[in-house]
Design a protein around this ligand. Structure first.
Ligand code: PMP
Length: 362
């Protein structure tokens, strides 16, 4: 038996054609590529968390996550009468939405302004949906006429708007988003992905009651808990009920449940870290803007997108200096020569700036 024919007889051709999601080995690097919070919980709290986790029963399947669900809703600004559905990171929630909206009768469409978070397209593909990307303008703002035309043409079942957008860092104009939500009407769901909300402090969460077709999705990842993998989304209860049917059972494991409950009891600490990172974003943006040959795009997230003269060379030179940032240059034409840098501690930001100056001088 040939493994090659086995694979071509069984695995979908579109899956065979793609590459798997690559997580680069970051050991020994200053890691500024994945929008993580560089700060840990304070040592005393980590000790206390360790004791909590030691008491968690590992032999049983996770119990219902209702206690955590209610705590998330109560502490994170979910409007009265609305609940949340939890996922193994918001990555899983994106897949759950795609699984719920992919039709069997006809190929359903997922749409997003592009460049966008790569998991939108990957999840569409995984679920057998078509993905239609509508290019943003050169200043990364939404191209409303193009979006409205694409909505009319493709009638997407799902439309993602990351607010702020990754990898561009900007907040789309809220009134333009509302026009898109209205244009989708009862034909399509609009997911406002607020992964970077702690750094933007702008949200559609309180506007859920205004729009039946609105879903607001967030994560604890950027707030400092990327390792535990917890995402949440809220929408009209009748919609959440539908998504619940395709949520894998036990998708939020016992360690994640316990750690998230603990962290939410200390939300002030995580919010304090986010406030520090917002200050460091302002400092790093100003330092970058002072460099010749660097264009800094406005950011409402915990990363900054810049344009340099030659992103590929600068990226290679940064890697040689043990600095890991994301090279966006090949992702989309509006991102030519762009790099994305996660905002970190003053020390790591300074190390990056020094390495950038040296990398561009080469
Ligand atoms: N949405 C956006 C816009 C993101 O940038 C990311 C992470 N890079 C995610 C969702 C996924 O976050 P999580 O860690 O919750 O899976």
């Amino acid at each position: 038996m040939s493994l090659e024919s086995l694979i071509s007889n069984t695995i979908r051709s579109d899956v065979r054609a793609i590459k798997s999601y690559h997580v680069p080995d970051a050991s020994g690097f200053v890691k500024l590529d994945a929008m993580e919070n560089p700060y840990e919980l304070p040592a005393a709290l980590r000790q206390e968390l360790g004791e909590r986790l030691a008491a968690v029963a590992l032999n049983r399947y996770p119990p219902s996550y209702d206690a955590l669900r209610h705590k998330v809703a109560a502490k994170l600004g979910v409007p009265a009468g609305y609940e949340v559905l939890l996922g193994n990171g918001s990555d899983e929630l994106i897949s759950i939405l795609a699984a719920a909206c992919a039709h069997q009768e006809r190929r359903a469409v997922m749409m997003a302004p592009v460049p966008a978070f790569v998991m939108f397209q990957r999840s569409a593909q995984g679920a057998g949906m078509d993905f239609v990307g509508v290019a943003v303008k050169d200043d990364f703002s939404l191209d409303l006429p193009a979006m409205l035309a694409a909505i009319a043409e493709h009638q997407p079942a799902l439309l993602f708007l990351a607010y702020p957008n990754n990898p561009t860092g900007n907040l789309f104009d809220a009134d333009t988003m509302v026009e898109i939500i209205r244009a989708m009407g009862d034909k399509g769901l609009v997911v406002v992905d607020e992964a970077y909300e702690p750094f933007a402090q702008q949200s559609f969460m309180s506007r859920l009651p205004e729009f039946d077709n609105l879903i607001v999705m967030r994560t604890l990842s950027k707030l400092g808990l990327a390792g535990i993998r917890l995402g949440y989304m809220s929408a009209a209860p009748a919609l959440l009920e539908q998504f619940e049917k395709v949520r894998p059972p036990y998708n939020v494991n016992v360690m994640t449940q316990a750690a998230a409950e603990f962290a939410l009891d200390h939300l002030d600490i995580l919010n304090g870290q986010a406030a520090l990172l917002r200050e460091q974003r302002a400092a790093l943006s100003a330092a970058l803007a002072a460099l010749p040959d660097v264009t800094v795009f406005p950011s409402a997230a915990n990363f900054i997108t810049i344009r340099v003269a030659d992103a590929d060379t600068t990226h290679t030179n940064l890697l040689a200096r043990k600095i890991l940032v994301k090279n966006l240059s090949k992702m989309h034409s509006v991102l030519t020569n762009c790099l994305r840098i996660t905002v970190s501690t003053p020390e790591e930001n300074a190390a990056f700036l020094d390495a950038l100056k040296a990398s561009m001088a080469v």
